[in-house]
Design a protein around this ligand. Sequence first.
Ligand SMILES: Cc1ncc(COP(=O)(O)O)c(C=O)c1O
Length: 362
Amino acid sequence: MNGGFMGTVPRNRTGSQEYDEENLGFGSIFTDHMLQISFSAGKGGWQPPQILPMDNLVLHPATMILHYGQQVFEGLKAFAGPNEEDIFLFRPDMNIDRFNKSCERLCIPTVDPDLFMDQMCRLIRMDRDWIPRAPGTSVYVRPTIIGSEPHLGVRPSQEYLFYIILSPVGAYYPEGFAPVKIMVTDKYIRACRGGVGEAKTAANYAASLLAAEEAHAEGFTQVLWLNAVDRVSIEEVGTMNIFFRINDEIITPALEGTILPGVTRDSVIRFARGMGLKVTERQVSIEEVVRAAEDGSLQEIFGSGTAAVISPVSSFRYKGRDHLVADGKTGNVAATLFEEIVAIQTGAKPDPYGWVVNIGKA
Ligand SMILES: Cc1ncc(COP(=O)(O)O)c(C=O)c1O
């Protein structure tokens, strides 16, 4: 499929939003344009891509996404580099691959990876003036696909809308690292084997909200999710993957179908091994972590994800008892991984892994 937008692109009809680089927050400001590619089984599949002014979508009230949740999304960041023309993406091939794997699970047609990359880069370059330059800031890229057919019978939609929107976002840690308190839930579960836990689809996030709200009400930032069947094996923390440092071994739950395979998770594993650290992917139980906290062998806990890169954990509550981690401070490994991965993402340090793609020049 080729095609593409040919002519000039009209400006956002409401005009550009002003923004202050120091107070961007996350996800409420959008750039001028969006990419749209529609799919129609009845019209031979994918239609030509279009870059359009950012605008509302008009959906029939029976549109299938609104009823049966057939949706997949991704999240990655575009960073301004040291040179004016640089725009860096971090391992975008992994996001595209994960997007298509999620689509397969949700009975959604996959998007050609080269077309996805080309059109995403065109959109980012078109709205490049929106990429903030202050340390820690970026443009968050949100590819999304929805079942767009107006139809009330339960079956896969015959029409889809794939779109990409861009949102300038602030530094996650404007005042330095803030280790978080987490709450282990054995009341709610996020995913189960055979379900959609390893797909990046709206249902997983809807299912997580109540546990998160209850945890927030008790003063916790994130929920630690346990395995649906045994309620002891650890899965993820909030919307991040999780790592433990116990006796100088870095342990993260193995991917067994219920955990989102994070791009940052994979990068942490490879980077930490490159630092000479022992990293193991295996089942880890909350009981093992409690024992390690009690006997002093638990050195660090941290989450990993695109938004924060690394999020250190200061304490966790399990069955009503609080356990302090690393004296409530940020551990050495978490701090080093954060600094080194951010330096690679933003071009401040060389990238020995070939993870960063400079898309600044067409
Ligand atoms: C449920 C969940 N787990 C883990 C992650 C971390 O994945 P990544 O490192 O690709 O951002 C995310 C965020 O995308 C997520 O939503």
